[in-house]
Design a protein around this ligand. Structure first.
Ligand SMILES: C[S@@+](CC[C@H](N)C(=O)[O-])C[C@H]1O[C@@H](n2cnc3c(N)ncnc32)[C@H](O)[C@@H]1O
Length: 444
């Protein structure tokens, strides 16, 4: 057996159900970088191809126009450095055959997510040395051997999708061993909460179990000529010996997540939120009547204490203590409806409606997500922009302008406070820069 994994701030110890768990070896402060790992393999969403470099995944800009691989014309790079990095890593083994493969009937017959898996598996295999076929050995400390040491998903004998042919082809045994670990171990790679690809980060998969009330979150950083880097950040102070968990799924999937855990990950989540929701049973649906909707929204805001606290600190209410009449806010459709109304009304310039619904949505986020969860920070920024747009569209002056500026400032202060915990990530000109730009405008 390989040596137990141990890092400066974390160590792996046994877990009753999930084999192992990563616990803190000392107190980790909010915002600490717990782990930083490069991706073993990544793949872009089809919609991102040609918009992002296939190596470093940075977006094309006016100054950095992507250039295509002259061999296949299907991979795009920032420059020769990015191209060379990927050429050496795996592209040289698939360049000639890539177009024929993706236009083949067997590839075309795959569903969208299977196509992503097929290309991710192709990238992974093409960068393996033929000497590691059929299986990497256990004493090898490479990322690949960590990957094959991961727990496989719950479905037995899962058939891998076809992969881009390379020479020599890996054994069926190796492909099955790799693919059986895709569903429950791989990550969605995102920038400021927008997904742009999928990736394999074996060490992070080996270390972190799931919780719907996670104390850490993953972010991705993009640097020239490098593969995407995953960083795991503490969302709050983590005590010595406390387990460090990531959210595998959006904690807002209050009802549908239970089935996804069982089908995709093969476990029943026993976090405090899941136990509470399971004990409640069927969740009452949110009302349809406008008056009842407005009463529910008022009640939620009062429970969370959003109005009183927004000027001081963000509240941290307990979901488990809510009254029976508030339960419909925990129906998954409630957040969906609030988000849709918020986006639609702010897009259509109905700023007063957007702000009203947006504050209720903020209360719901605060109730459901753990402290410093990035969704809360991003939403606070959206509220600041909505309030700002409302003011400039109505050309306010005098006291009204002062009040408006103060409200925008409060939203921005909280947005920064939350988003600073995760810190800079993803694409250039992200929310932290947007906050700065708005603050500069306010100070003019
Ligand atoms: C990414 S791996 C986690 C690493 C794993 N602890 C190990 O020892 O390699 C994902 C798998 O761990 C298990 N797992 C993760 N979180 C869990 C949880 N909260 N409860 C039970 N099992 C969990 C499930 O089997 C899941 O498919």
């Amino acid at each position: 057996m390989p040596e137990p994994l141990c890092y400066e701030d974390i160590k792996l110890i046994a877990h009753v159900i999930a084999r192992d768990q990563a616990v803190a070896t000392r107190k980790l402060l909010t915002g600490s970088n717990i782990l930083s790992v490069p991706g073993l393999a990544t793949v872009l969403l089809p919609s991102e191809k040609g918009r992002r470099c296939d190596t470093c995944h940075r977006l094309q800009t006016d100054e950095r126009v992507l250039r295509r691989c002259t061999g296949c014309a299907s991979y795009w790079y920032c420059d020769a450095k990015c191209q060379n990095t990927q050429w050496r890593s795996h592209h040289k083994r698939i360049c000639k055959i890539y177009n024929q493969f993706i236009s083949s009937p067997q590839f075309q017959a795959l569903q969208a997510h299977e196509k992503m898996d097929s290309l991710l598996l192709s990238h992974m295999v093409a960068q393996m040395s033929a000497t590691t076929f059929p299986l990497p050995t256990e004493d090898d400390s490479s990322q690949l051997s960590t990957f094959v040491s991961l727990l496989p998903g719950p479905i037995e004998n899962v058939v891998p999708p076809p992969i881009c042919p390379i020479s020599p082809m890996p054994s069926k045994e190796l492909l099955s061993a790799l693919y059986s670990r895709f569903g429950n171990n791989n990550f969605v790679v995102h920038s400021h909460l927008t997904t742009f690809g999928h990736g394999v980060f074996p060490l992070a998969s080996r270390l972190f179990n799931h919780s719907c009330v996670p104390n850490a979150a993953a972010k991705y950083t993009l640097s020239p000529a490098k593969t995407v880097n995953m960083e795991v950040i503490a969302l709050r102070d983590i005590l010595p010996d406390e387990e460090i968990c990531l959210p595998y799924l959006d904690p807002a999937l209050l009802q549908s997540r239970h089935q996804m855990f069982e089908l995709t990950y093969g476990f029943k989540c026993n976090c405090s939120s899941c136990i509470f929701l399971r004990n409640l049973g069927r969740m009452p649906e949110p009302p349809k009547d406008p008056l009842e909707i407005s009463t529910l929204s008022k009640q939620l805001r009062e429970y969370v204490g959003i109005e009183e606290h927004i000027g001081l600190i963000l509240p941290s209410p307990s979901m488990e203590a809510i009254s029976h009449s508030l339960l419909p806010v925990l129906h998954e459709s409630y957040m969906g409806e609030l988000s849709e109304t918020f986006s639609r009304s702010s897009h259509e310039g109905q700023y007063a409606i957007a702000l009203d619904v947006g504050i209720t949505l903020l209360a719901l986020y605060i109730l459901i997500y753990p402290s410093n969860y990035p969704q809360i920070g991003m939403h606070l920024l959206e509220l600041a922009k909505t309030r700002w747009n409302e003011a400039i569209s109505s050309d306010v002056r005098g006291d009204e302008e002062t009040v408006m500026k103060e409200q925008v400032r409060v939203f921005l202060t909280f947005a920064r406070r939350v988003l600073m915990v995760l810190g800079p990530e993803g694409d250039e000109y992200g929310p932290l820069q947007e906050i700065q730009t708005l603050e500069d405008l306010l100070n003019q």
